[in-house]
Structures are given as C-alpha cells and as structure tokens.
Design a protein around this ligand. Sequence first.
Ligand code: DX5
Ligand code: ZN
Length: 220
Amino acid sequence: MSDCNTRIIAPSLLAADWSKVGEEVRRAEQAGADWLHLDVMDGHFVENVSFGPQFVAAVRPQTRLPLDTHLMMTRPDKYLDRFIAAGSDRITVHVEAQHDVRETLRRIRAAGLGCGLSLNPATPFDTVVPYLGEIDLLLVMTVVPGFGGQAFMEAETMPKVAAARDHREQLGLSYHIEVDGGIDQRTVAIAASHGANVMVAGTALFGQTDMAAAIVAMRG
Ligand code: DX5
Ligand code: ZN
C-alpha cells in the first residue's frame, strides 16, 4: 500500500472512449497509471448519470490496477455491497450524501477495502474533521462534480487541501489526499504544493494520444 507521500496518478475512466472501454483500461495500465478512477454518478446527487456496479465488474478483469471507485450518489450505503462485490479496491463516498457516514466508512473497511470520504467545493472542511481518524483517503473535489472537462476551482479548494495536510500531521494520521476535477499539467503542481498526492485526471490523460508522456509529466 503506497504511503501518502507517494504521488499517485489515477486516470478517470469518465473521459475514456466508452465504445472501447477494455482497450482504454489497458491503455491506461500500459501508460503507467497507478490507479484507475471510476466516477459513479446516480443522476440525483450530481446532474449526470455515468455507470453502475455491472460496469465496474466488467472493468475488473481487464486490469490489475487498483479500482478507485468514487460514488457520487445520494445513497451510497444502499448500493455499497454491489460495488464491493464488483471488485473495487477502494470506495469513496460523499459526506454530503444521505447516509450514516461513519457506518458506511466502517462497512467499506470491514470488507477489506480502502475507505475514502469526499467533499464538494462548497462544503466546509470542518464537515469532514470528525471522520479523519476513520479514513484511508480524503477526496477534495476541485470541481462541482458531474462532468469532466471543467475548470479547476483553486481558491475554493486549495485551502481545504492544505487543511487536510495540516490536520493529518497534527493528528498523526496517514490518509491520502486526492483531488479530482480540472487536474492537468499546470494544476497538478498547485494541488501537490498544498499537500495532495493522489491526482485524478480524465481529460488531461485519456484525452491525450500519448498518455504515457502525460503521466510522466504529471508525476513532476
Ligand atoms: C466529477 C468527475 C470529474 C472527472 C475528472 O465531475 O469526477 O472530475 O473525474 O474530470 P476532468 O479530469 O476531465 O476534469
Ligand atoms: Zn471522481
């Protein structure tokens, strides 16, 4: 398990060519990606619908990359078992969703998966402080979730990344700090300078013909 000082590059399958998803998954693995980020959207928590557990199960045998499943869902607790059974290696849920956050995080860990908590740009950092001791990863959304290709929201989100790093040090914790949305060759350095180590990128990676070069550049 990599530690929170290792930079991890996680292409988001949201930006892949879904007409050839198997090839795209293998392209990301061969290009040197560390994780594969799966953006699950329910059309209720966010204004878009992407894919469900059956899609995750279809991706699972295509790659050895850890599947980093991001549930942008109002009721992640209701579908959690299906995303676990589908082969996720880590599951991240939103603090704003309508569930017992502590219980959902406990269930993810009890299944032997890495557990993550995410907060949207408008959500204050204090909202996640009660859970910092129970997570393996904090995902600070750097766009309003729902669509790829949006602009990086620096002012609203970088102070929260820095706060996550400071709290981790003060509390002697070791969770990853992940950012997702508008991460490219420019913004990755800004996110890293504030303490992020897991970089989710869709457009800036799957949108490139030479993904390997883009990943090398994103590692800094
Ligand atoms: C939320 C999604 C997107 C996606 C990355 O809308 O989670 O942030 O992963 O999108 P890009 O990298 O294209 O901004
Ligand atoms: Zn995501």
